[in-house]
Design a binder for this molecule. Structure first.
Ligand SMILES: Cc1cc2nc3c(=O)[nH]c(=O)nc-3n(C[C@H](O)[C@H](O)[C@H](O)COP(=O)(O)O)c2cc1C
Length: 169
């Protein structure tokens, strides 16, 4: 395994929880993206960035993009509430241009949602989403359930593929 820097950006805790799990498995410390400027990039070959997905955007992804050329391996773990499918895959990939896409390895991780802990603005955004989801209630049953009670898909099994991959490089 190469020398790994593990970073996270987390608004409500899911990405931090995953980053801590990954850190335990790889025996590296998870570092808040706010400290990225202080990281000596030349000390690392591999960067892992774990971050929440908000309106299809990977939170704080721009913070690390300028440093892509400093690492041999770039692993991005977007943490979203949606079930992974072709549409979500495309949305995630739209966070990168063609050049960047060639460099990154993406491991999507399913997160959590607790509506009661969201900010006023986030609650408003979620209410708009609820109206859209209600148009197909059966198909969106899992997502709609999160409006009644906190729902979490965070699970150690979800990081298995990522851990195997990192241990092989
Ligand atoms: C305003 C808002 C927008 C969201 N947009 C998306 C989205 O586009 N796709 C998705 O899969 N999850 C979306 N989510 C769910 C978050 O990605 C999920 O809660 C994730 O676990 C957050 O990670 P964090 O707590 O580490 O920031 C959204 C949540 C909020 C509050």
């Amino acid at each position: 395994m190469n020398k790994v820097i593990l970073l996270y950006a987390s608004k409500h805790g899911s990405s931090k929880e995953y980053a801590d799990m990954i850190g335990t498995e790889l025996d590296v410390k998870a570092v808040d993206i706010a400290k990225f400027n202080c990281v000596k990039k030349e000390d690392y070959d591999t960067i892992i960035f774990v971050s929440g997905v908000y309106a299809s955007k990977i939170n704080k992804i721009d913070t690390i993009k300028n440093s892509f050329n400093k690492f041999d391996n770039i692993i991005i773990c977007p943490v979203g509430f949606s079930e992974y499918n072709e549409e979500i895959k495309n949305n995630i990939e739209n966070n990168f241009n063609q050049e960047e896409l060639k460099k990154v390895n993406i491991f999507y991780l399913r997160g959590a949602l607790d509506i009661s802990k969201l900010s006023f603005l986030e609650k408003m955004m979620m209410n708009i989403m609820k109206k859209m989801l209600k148009k197909n209630p059966e198909e969106n049953k899992e997502m709609l359930a999160a409006f009644d009670k906190p729902v979490s898909f965070i699970n150690k099994d979800n990081i298995k593929d990522l851990i195997s991959y990192v241990k092989e490089i």
